[in-house]
Design a protein around this ligand. Structure first.
Ligand code: IMP
Ligand code: MG
Length: 426
């Protein structure tokens, strides 16, 4: 990906999340100087397999495993408990974290009261959130009452602000009929504990990235979730509360969009989603179970079984458009190894008419009927394939069809969980 004219690359999910961004970032981070997360929070779950074992990262950029300097951008909502638990676990597993991780002084903090609100609202609204306090933290941010990392520098003011948030949260919890209450003392103690540990890591992240760009360094902007979970472009309201798409990378890091040279969209060779909301190409239960078992499709954050179905070209074409994808990384192709036939969703029918782009309205998305094309399977293990030329013809034809339908070139194909199980398309 990186080259003389490609210094700043965004990696985004092009479906509903869990496309395997963690692995792709891990592979690309080998050549990156700086890896920056730009949105989302501890709702993300990036699973990476290395020789040292399996790592699941929620809050820290996956680039840490390759020794890149990592930044948490201003667009991220930072859960300090998860952040430090993860940092300690990485250190215990022998990963170097000193002077390797910094956080934006402008990133908003997710505190325990946000999680209580998330869970109380979820009981009524049934979005299927991860319960990590993501929506309420972004609400506070846009409501101009949030607490940012840099605010810990004025502890007295931070305590006051959080005490007010705890009090009004408890009023809302009472109104929602929730028995839970946020504890003012717990929050106060948490701030006192946090400030001395978090403040030394706080930087003007946008400036750090800008200066790295000036030096010609390789920078990877790591997205979380996927395009169809974007708060503007996703299957609203069944979305997360941030801009997961590439535009969010510029805003969430604090650089201009002109600094971005390439956008790599990660897609599974099929489709999954966790949480509620439409999934047009969802397979019938027996097939979904088969895909789930073969692909290990269980949420990395919540452990929930993921809903599974076939590749949906309408979704990916839409993601190509709203992200300006310059290339695709197709992951988990090996999961389809044993299927004799593989359906691919090529369009939708709605009220008797053909639709080739994602409707805005969730009620309409719910009613679309996918149009399938069936491709022959290859029925061979792809685990050891490292070159495009060595793929069985049917697997090659499957990828060619996905690329034609998606209208973006495939740059990588992943054929297993391990770092080296990847084909780079030159
Ligand atoms: P929230 O982000 O916890 O508010 O959840 C909103 C929706 O996004 C729910 O459907 C979640 O399951 C989904 N979601 C959030 N983070 C991820 C992720 O990392 N992978 C897949 N789905 C996610
Ligand atoms: Mg995930």
């Amino acid at each position: 990906m990186f080259g003389p004219k490609t210094h700043c690359v965004v990696v985004v999910g092009a479906q509903w999340g869990d496309e395997g961004k963690g692995k792709v970032v891990d592979v690309l981070a080998e050549r990156a100087d700086l890896v920056v997360r730009y949105q989302g929070g501890a709702n993300a779950g990036h699973t990476v397999h290395t020789a040292a074992g399996e790592f699941v990262l929620h809050q820290i950029p996956s680039g840490i495993l390759q020794g890149a300097v990592c930044l948490v951008g201003n667009g991220v909502v930072l859960d300090p408990e998860t952040f430090f638990t993860e940092l300690d676990a990485l250190a215990a597993q022998g990963i170097k974290t000193d002077h390797k991780i910094f956080v934006s002084d402008r990133a908003h903090l997710t505190l325990p009261f946000h999680k209580l609100l998330d869970r109380a609202r979820e009981k009524r609204e049934r979005i299927g959130t991860t319960g990590r306090g993501i929506g309420p933290t972004y609400e506070d941010k846009y409501g101009r009452r949030g607490l940012r990392v840099g605010d810990l520098g004025n502890l007295a003011r931070a305590r006051e602000l959080v005490a007010a948030r705890v009090a009004s949260t408890n009023e809302i919890l009472a109104l929602l009929g929730s028995p839970d209450r946020a504890d003012a003392g717990e929050h106060r103690a948490m701030l006192d504990r946090l400030a001395p540990r978090l403040l030394p890591l706080a930087v003007d992240a946008g400036r750090v990235v800008y200066e790295a760009l000036e030096r010609g360094e390789a920078i990877l902007l790591e997205g979380a979730q996927g395009a169809l979970l974007d708060v503007d472009h996703g299957t609203y309201p069944y979305v997360t509360s941030s801009n997961t798409t590439a535009g969010g990378a510029a805003v969430g890091v604090g650089i201009g969009p002109t600094a971005i040279d390439a956008v790599l969209g990660v897609v599974k060779a099929y489709t999954t989603r966790v949480g509620n909301g439409p999934l047009p190409t969802e397979a019938e239960p027996a097939v979904a179970t088969r895909i789930r078992d073969l692909g290990g499709e269980f949420g990395a954050t919540t452990g929930r079984p993921r809903r599974c179905g076939w590749f949906d070209a309408v979704v990916v074409r839409y993601a190509v458009r709203v992200n300006g994808l310059t290339g695709l990384a197709v992951t988990k192709l090996d999961v389809l190894d044993t299927f004799a036939e593989i359906p691919v969703g090529v369009g939708y029918r709605l009220d008797g008419e053909q639709v080739d782009s994602m409707p805005a309205d969730v009620e309409r998305i719910d009613r679309v009927e996918p149009i399938y094309e069936t491709l022959p399977g290859w029925q061979k293990s792809l685990a050891d394939v490292r070159r495009l030329a060595d793929l069985p013809p049917a697997a090659r034809a499957y990828l060619d069809r996905l690329q034609d339908l998606a209208r973006a070139p495939i740059r990588y194909v992943s054929v297993g969980t391990h770092r080296d199980q990847i084909i780079e398309v030159s």
